[in-house]
Design a protein around this ligand. Structure first.
Ligand code: GLU
Length: 394
């Protein structure tokens, strides 16, 4: 991809969102298509230099920045002379192991020129799905920030297998943002935001300035575009927005096809903001709602839905259906009668037991199962409901 040498001056500026100036902890995700030159498969070093320049200015202003960087596979496949087109899993893992070294070197060198110390963190899905490992990864990143280092995160592609990997850094970066309680997640992309129709769909498309709720219309706008280099496309960006918003973190999709892309955001370059709802959630709820692979679904009746939003636990009596295979303690999706996702929770019974007590009174549990379990199927402390959304003027 060619980077324009100058910011696009013809693009209209927009008022800078107050959320940008207020953000003190920022996660910046850069895609492979920005970081590498497609034709030569090499690093766009000048572009990365300009990004690190922006980062160092933010850090000098007292803000904390974590980078989530793709590019390992793109760089490695070139070095290994792998053919263009989709790679086998083993090939992309081999490519990642080669490319990650180059990537780490580039970050270390460029950070040093700006007086920063880069730190590499490679995460797998398990590191964010299991609570103990999640807390451990979080402590490492927070310690690095306290020590004024610049954490650079990527997925540990060399060992992650297809069933247990993120595969895209959009959702990984949202999970990282949620994990460290970031205020803002920036997804630098080859597009400058979310458009009302997917690129190349032939429909007239308008960029949205602000999104305050992930409705089915918003999901439809995302389509499922994605290029060979960027795993993500808009679909995973909208998924990332859900994770970030659930954590109270605002997200912005902005163009990285320019030098100094973060400075551009601060100067009002066009972009799309996904604003988080205003009410805060606990870090436990955040972890629950950000789970990528819930193991089952519990459908509740209208009365239970009301009770949940009034702050009550979910009792077996309010459950109309149980699906999936899960154990006690696993994350499940809670749905309303119309199929809408109401939230997520950690279930107190395995699916077989949950099925047997669904719709039954709490006082009957012991008789039905032959043992006395918890009164609640999902305790309210183990539940993260999708909250009421704050309104915005656009
Ligand atoms: N982790 C992959 C890499 O470093 C990239 C995933 C993505 O592009 O979203 O190559």
């Amino acid at each position: 991809m060619n980077h324009s040498q100058q910011p696009d001056r013809t693009a209209e500026l927009q008022p800078v969102r107050p959320e940008w100036d207020a953000a003190s902890r920022i996660v910046v995700k850069l895609g492979s298509a920005l970081l590498t030159d497609r034709a030569t498969g090499t690093l766009n070093a000048e572009w990365l230099r300009s990004l690190i320049e922006d980062v160092s200015e933010l850090v000098a202003a007292g803000r904390e920045v974590v980078i989530v960087s793709s590019g390992a596979i793109a760089l490695g496949r070139h070095a290994l002379k792998l053919p263009p087109g989709p790679l086998e899993l083993e090939e992309s893992q081999a490519a990642a192991s080669v490319g990650q070294i180059a990537l780490a070197h580039a970050y270390a060198d460029l950070a040093r020129t700006r007086g920063l110390t880069a730190a590499q963190i490679l995460l797998t899905l398990g590191d964010t799905e299991q609570r103990r490992r999640y807390l451990n990864a979080r402590d490492t990143i927070l310690t690095l920030l306290r020590l004024k280092a610049l954490p650079v995160v990527n997925e540990n592609d060399t060992v992650a297998t297809s069933e247990i990997r993120y595969g895209d850094n959009d959702r990984l970066s949202a999970r990282v943002a949620s994990m460290i309680d970031a205020d803002c997640l920036v997804l630098l992309s080859d597009v400058d935001g979310l458009y009302t129709a997917p690129p190349g769909s032939g429909k007239e498309a308008r960029r949205l300035d602000v999104v305050t709720d992930i409705t089915s219309e918003i999901e439809a706008m995302a389509g499922d575009a994605g290029s060979e280099l960027s795993r993500g496309g808009m679909r995973t960006k909208v998924e990332a927005a859900k994770i970030a918003r659930a954590a109270g973190c605002d997200m912005v999709i902005a163009s990285g096809k320019r030098f100094n892309p973060l400075k551009a955001i601060a100067e009002g370059a066009p972009c799309t903001w996904f604003l988080a709802p205003a009410d805060p959630v606990t870090s436990r709820q955040r972890w629950i709602s950000g789970q990528l692979e819930p193991k089952g679904t519990i459908t509740v009746d209208a009365g239970a839905e009301k009770a949940l939003f009034a702050g009550r636990s979910l009792l077996p009596a309010g459950v109309s259906a149980v699906a999936g295979t899960f154990d006690r303690g696993d994350a499940v999706v809670i749905r309303g009668q119309d199929g809408r996702e109401l939230g997520r929770g950690l279930v107190a019974y395995a699916n077989k037991d949950a099925q047997r007590i669904a719709g039954k009174k709490t006082s009957e549990i012991a008789d039905i199962l032959g043992f006395a379990g918890r009164d609640e199927l999902i305790h309210r402390d183990d539940m993260a409901l999708h909250r009421v959304h704050r309104s915005d003027n656009s």
